[in-house]
Design a protein around this ligand. Structure first.
Ligand SMILES: O=P(O)(O)OC[C@H]1O[C@H](O[C@H]2O[C@H](CO)[C@@H](O)[C@H](O)[C@H]2O)[C@H](O)[C@@H](O)[C@@H]1O
Length: 359
């Protein structure tokens, strides 16, 4: 029986079983990153979670287990990850919903546990840490309530980051200020400020257009809008999609992407969570460092933009949080926020030990 650091043990750990399982499973249609249907998209981006642990045998679901051959558990691969990070400055980027807080039916109830908050605070005391969320920056700060880290809201379009050594307020989109509520001297950078009136207009139109569909929630996240259908009967999902597209068809400068039972309405600009990671690394004066290891942990489609940046530049690790096998640009996986918390705890413990050895 194989076993691994986090108590995960399964008869599928031995290579022979995994190889056999892989032949059976990997040809299965994993959820692709990009699809072009509407209802097809909505169903694919909202898979019902597999039962990762087989309740009778206590072992891992073989399909999930085979998937982790391609996306190893970041807990199982922890020693490999930190070996790569030895002597490097680790920069930590964390998605919020589904990563630090569990997915719940009501978006306003996506509360982060006090225990997770303490783990994230501790991480931020030892590693430069930023939260990069689809929520508005103020909203995600109100959920997280930590001034020890940086924030990028609206899928990376609204950043409160460190003041870099070479910063000056030359770019009209950024301003330097010291927002005491959210920490020491910081820089505010907002991409797409010219879209704010349009986003507010579309927000109101979407509320009006969908108000007759039971269970829909339209959420204003400042530079983007979310149309939630988690609480809508599946027979009405197509109607949600149709109403949303009817509003957007006269706004060619807005685009629609699919999240976890949510339609994300965002400006058509060359900015996303991956750009936000690059911006924050630059602000931390780490963009051109050879001895930096960025680690990004996220669960949703928009996090793939950040995974891709780290993967394409071969300079960091993306960790996908998912209990469902799916295609990703990430290199590793974790099942849920509880495993994220375990990973962060181990990362901080390792960083403290490394620091004490280097004294
Ligand atoms: O980038 P993130 O921080 O992951 O934000 C992505 C979206 O998260 C929220 O929606 C998701 O979580 C909700 C609460 O668990 C859930 O009800 C919803 O079905 C999920 O899609 C948030 O409400 C969105 O605005 C974010 O874009």
């Amino acid at each position: 029986m194989g076993s691994c650091g986090n108590g995960r043990s399964s008869e599928y750990d031995d290579p022979a079983s995994l190889e056999k399982m892989e032949e059976l499973v990997l040809p299965l249609k994993l959820m692709p990153l990009h699809t072009n249907g509407r209802l097809y998209d909505m169903r694919l981006s909202s898979p019902t979670a597999t039962c990762v642990i087989n309740s009778s045998s206590g072992s891992f679901d073989p399909i999930y287990r085979a998937w982790t051959k391609k996306y190893p558990s970041a807990l199982n691969a922890f020693d490999h990850i930190v070996a790569y990070g030895k002597g490097k400055k680790i920069a930590l980027f964390l998605d919020y919903d589904g990563t630090l807080s569990p997915i719940v039916d009501e978006p306003d109830n996506a509360i982060m546990s006090d225990q997770m908050r303490e783990v994230v605070r501790n991480a931020a005391l030892h590693l430069p840490t930023a939260i990069i969320s689809g929520r508005s920056r103020d909203k995600v700060f109100d959920f997280v309530k930590l001034t020890e880290l940086y924030y990028a809201g609206s899928h990376g379009m609204d950043i409160m980051g460190p003041v870099g050594e070479h910063d000056s307020v030359t770019d009209h989109r950024s301003s330097i200020n010291s927002n005491r509520k959210q920490g020491k001297g910081v820089k505010i950078f907002q991409a797409g400020t010219e879209f704010l009136p349009m986003i507010n207009e579309v927000f109101r139109l979407l509320i009006d257009k969908t108000k007759a569909i039971d269970g829909v929630k339209v959420e204003n996240n400042k530079f983007c809008v979310s149309v939630h259908y988690r609480n809508v009967e599946e027979k009405n999902w197509q109607l949600v999609s149709q109403c949303t597209n009817d509003v957007l068809k006269v706004y060619p400068r807005l685009r629609l992407t699919h999240g976890r039972k949510v339609l994300e309405v965002r400006p058509v600009i060359d900015w996303n969570k991956g750009k936000a990671v690059e911006f924050l690394l630059d602000s931390l004066d780490l963009a051109n460092c050879k001895n930096v290891l960025p680690i990004y942990i996220g669960d949703d489609r928009t996090d793939e933009d950040a995974f891709k940046v780290l993967r394409d530049d071969k300079r960091g690790f993306g960790i996908l949080v998912s209990s469902v096998p799916k295609d990703s640009h990430a290199l590793y996986s974790l099942i849920d926020p509880s495993e994220v918390m375990e990973f962060l705890k181990r990362l901080v413990m390792w960083k403290k030990e490394e620091a004490s050895h280097n004294k």
